[in-house]
Design a protein around this ligand. Structure first.
Ligand code: SAH
Length: 411
């Protein structure tokens, strides 16, 4: 069999030798053979020396996704992918054995050596996203293998697809979602995360239903609230961009005095209430404000509100490099408004999930907000995406979620 080939331009092999998984169209001199959408291709340097195996994305600027640098083993069969997927799942064996946590990410795309494939587990339901041509054309194979592999750990009830994401258009793929295997979905699924209960709307919720990437940071919030309760007083919590109340449930269960949740989604706020109830928490301690954070934070300031702990977890403001300037203004604005609401000595947990905003830039933005607020602010901690969303060292782009724990001075 003749595998199609991509021949690189001279001097363009460096990033590939360093095992970066993306090859951009500008680096390619010639395409030999006639690769289709998602075809296996061999990437070769200008002298026709083999460099890596990849999947072809004819419509995307990222023309090929590289995933193996071993020429002797042609990765075109079931066995190769079985090994890859089993490895990714085995790395989560700690989570899979943890009775207090029944949801986590099992496969994190490029960072687990499977470009474009995301697999999240919610109880006994697997939710898959196929984000690239290469992963999309192998959909049936991946479903088959994952059913097999994950059944080695627990009884899988169903596999559901949530490929209803706009990035697929860049790959020439349409958005798609629905049942792939097993029993039909009947309403939301109940999961445990660090011993707390949440309902997850796998069929219609944001992302694959829940922001699993914030798990470890919700645990950090829990620790902060517990310290207030033990050594000061139960803190008042402001949870901006609350979604279904992940941080609210952790905060109240750790003993916070109250929580205010802000979100534009009414459905999300309704779920906050149900999640508090599922954990037997007092819903009278929780207030929901349905509105845009940009406006609501100003209104809270005018009303003279103050909070001990504020969480700011906005959606991705910058999708591409072109959005960075506009996004920076947005991040600065909400951080400035939040700092006006922070009690002396209070904590601000502030996040950005925009890959295009670097750690360094994010810190500068928060610094700018602190300067304008006139408050004396220090960083007491840094946060990133949860450990089940690893970042391959060869793929720094995988580190999209960043957060700072900031503290205001006492006076
Ligand atoms: N912290 C949450 C995840 C937040 S996701 C968790 O731990 O689960 C971001 C949320 O921001 C979404 O629920 C979205 O509905 C909401 N949102 C988007 N734009 C907003 C805006 N301008 N003001 C308030 N909420 C907004």
């Amino acid at each position: 069999m003749n595998t199609p080939k991509l021949i690189l331009k001279r001097g363009r092999s460096k990033s590939i030798l360093r095992r970066h998984p993306w090859l951009f169209s500008g680096g390619i001199a010639k395409v030999l053979g006639a690769p289709d959408l998602g075809s296996l291709v061999a990437v070769c340097d200008a002298q026709d020396e083999f460099l890596a195996w990849a999947h072809y994305s004819p419509h995307s600027q990222i023309r090929a996704r590289l995933f193996s640098w071993q020429e002797s083993r042609v990765p075109n069969g079931e066995e190769f992918w079985r090994e890859r997927l089993a490895q990714a799942v085995a790395l989560r064996s700690g989570e899979l054995a943890d009775a207090e946590t029944t949801a986590c990410r099992l496969v994190n795309a490029e960072s687990d050596g499977v470009p474009g494939l995301v697999v999240d587990l919610y109880g006994s339901t697997l939710v898959l996203q196929f984000l690239t041509a290469g992963s999309d054309v192998r959909r049936d194979l991946f479903v088959e293998l994952l059913w097999d592999i994950v059944n080695g750990y627990l009884d899988v009830e169903r596999i559901f697809e949530r490929s209803d994401v706009s990035v697929r258009r860049r790959e020439g793929l349409r958005e798609r979602s629905g049942l792939l295997r097993g029993k039909a979905l009947e309403g939301p699924i109940t999961i445990l995360e660090n011993g707390l209960t949440f309902e997850v709307d796998v069929g219609g919720g944001q992302k694959t239903g829940f922001y699993l990437d914030q798990r470890d940071n919700r645990q950090i919030l829990r620790g902060i609230v517990q310290r207030y309760v033990r050594f000061q007083a139960p803190p008042r919590l402001l949870n901006v961009f609350s979604y279904t109340g992940g941080f609210a449930v952790y905060g109240l269960s750790a003993g916070a005095a109250s929580v205010v949740n802000v979100d534009t989604s009414e459905d999300a706020l309704a779920a906050v209430r149900r999640n508090l109830q599922l954990n037997n928490l007092d819903t009278s301690l929780s207030e929901d404000i349905n509105g845009s954070a940009f406006k609501v934070l100003r209104e809270l300031r005018q009303a003279g509100a103050r909070y001990d702990v504020i969480v700011l977890d906005p959606p991705k403001f910058a999708v591409t490099q072109r959005d960075v300037k506009h996004a920076s203004r947005g991040y600065k604005d909400i951080n400035l408004q939040a700092l006006h609401l922070l009690e002396p000595g209070g904590h601000l947990l502030t996040f950005s999930c925009s890959g295009a905003i670097s750690d360094d830039l994010f810190q500068k933005i928060v610094f700018g907000a602190a300067l304008d607020s006139g408050r004396d602010i220090r960083i007491v901690g840094r946060m990133m995406q949860s450990s089940d969303h690893p970042v391959a060292l060869t793929f720094p782009e995988g580190a999209y979620l960043k957060g700072l724990i900031c503290r205001a001075s006492k006076a």
